[in-house]
Structures are given as C-alpha cells and as structure tokens.
Ligand binder design. Structure first.
Ligand code: 1GP
Length: 249
C-alpha cells in the first residue's frame, strides 16, 4: 500500500481523519478492538505512537493485532527510535523542527534510519511543530513551544519544512491539550504552504473538529477521545461524531 498516495487521494475530496493509539495505554487486543470500532466510525487510518515508555514487544504486537482486524493503513508516529516495527505500513519520518535538542531534529532520525530500511516500510517525511501548550511531547522533545498568538512563526517553520522537502507538516498542541491549535494559526499556515497540514492535540468534540477542518487542516488526528472510554462499544459513535463534520468549507 502506498500510504502517502492514499492520503493524497482522500484529501482531494475532504480532510482525512486518523486515530492515534498509544501502544502502552492498553493491551494489543484492546488496541485492535478500538481500531476496528474506529474504522466502523469512519476513521481513515491508524497511527501508533507515544512519547513515554514504548516497549518494542508491545509495539510489535499492537501493530500486528491491528493489522489482523482492519484494512486501514497503519502509520507509525514515533517518539523515539523504539517506535519502529515491521508490522506497520508506513512511518511518519519526522523531525521536531522547533526542538532545542538536535537529537529530536536529526539525531534519533540517524539512529532509526537503518532500522527503518531493514524493516522496509514506507517513509513519509514530515515536519513536526509543537505549539503551546505542548503537553508531554513538548517536554520530552525539549520544544521551544510556538506561542499560540504567533501564527506567523508557525507558518515560517511550516514553509521551511516544505522547502526542505517534507511531504507533510504537523501542528501539534500536545496529546490531551486543553485547547487545540488555534484556528487562525491553521489558516495562516494553510495560506503559506502547499503541502498537507496535519492538526492534532486537544480535539475532543464535533465543534472542535468542524472548526479545525474549516480552518484548513487536511488531516485531523484524535487520540485521547478513544482512550478515555471504558466502553469500547461507544467508540464507533464517538468517531462517527467527529468524522461526520469533517468536510471542506
Ligand atoms: C497527539 O495530536 C495527537 O500527538 C492527538 O492528541 O490525544 O489530544 O487527541 P489527542
């Protein structure tokens, strides 16, 4: 499966929705059930990743179980070099452009590249930008958080990502953020670049989703809404709520 092409094709018609699962937050069998319910709710793909305590064994099993239950593309969203498994279809080969620590800009990438080559999965070059409040990933990634009221700075970084050849740019507010990336910032970035924009972090409701889609997001990521449920039966409805309002404006 050519995952980037799959995303591009979908984006031509409407923004895409991806469901993010942290392999350490539930057993692999549960992750597979969540992915399958999310697929029923209309999500377009599954991202697997997390910032803290990823074990290779759990990651392998999580990707394998998900692959057995759904045909949706599985894309790795690594927080470090331990975020790689052969059981995924692709990896967001990402650089945390606004980190203070070169490890997160090019260091982990160099250490991980031979492993990615060995497992032979598709690589999707992606610029990753962390916006206030930034959450755990902002702390771990030592990000110089982009202020919410400075869309021009986000746009400058996004344009740099495009000029460096990255195929996507991700605006991240941090998993579980109390507020998603501001609409004005998404719009400013959209006007500045031609590569697709991914937006994630703190998108919890239909209203949040509609706003983010209307502002110009091409790919919308939600994670916490499927984690914070004690009843897997509710996941399809939660994702349907989100995907039903994703349209171009
Ligand atoms: C985090 O952008 C993703 O990396 C998803 O965020 O968990 O807040 O949905 P949420």
């Amino acid at each position: 499966m050519d995952v980037l092409n799959y995303l591009h094709k979908k984006i031509e018609n409407r923004p895409v929705h991806l469901t993010l699962l942290d392999p350490e937050k539930q057993p692999p069998e549960t992750a597979a059930k969540i992915a399958s319910r999310a697929a029923d709710g209309g999500t377009d793909g599954i991202m697997i990743g997390g910032s803290v305590g990823i074990s290779q064994h759990t990651l392998d099993n999580t990707a394998k179980e998900i692959k057995n239950t759904t045909d949706l593309p599985i894309i790795l969203f690594p927080g470090d070099i331990n975020g790689i498994t052969k059981h995924a279809d692709a990896i967001f080969f990402m650089s945390l452009l606004n980190s203070r620590n070169p490890y997160y800009i090019t260091g982990a990438q160099a250490l991980g590249a031979p492993v990615v080559k060995k497992v032979g999965i598709e690589t999707i070059p992606m610029g990753y930008l962390i916006i206030e409040p930034g959450g755990t990933v902002g702390y771990i990634g030592d990000a110089r958080l982009i202020p919410r009221e400075r869309p021009d700075i986000a746009a400058a970084y996004a344009l740099a990502a495009q000029y460096m050849g990255m195929k996507l740019v991700y605006l991240e507010a941090g998993s579980g953020a109390d507020k998603h990336v501001p609409a004005k910032m998404i719009g400013t970035v959209k006007a500045a670049v031609t590569i697709p924009i991914i937006v994630g972090g703190g998108i919890k409701t239909k209203e949040d989703t509609a706003k983010v889609a209307a502002s110009g997001a091409d790919i919308i990521v939600t994670g916490t809404i499927v984690e914070k449920t004690d009843d897997i039966g509710k996941i399809e409805g939660k994702i349907k709520d989100i995907t039903s309002v994703i349209k171009r404006h």
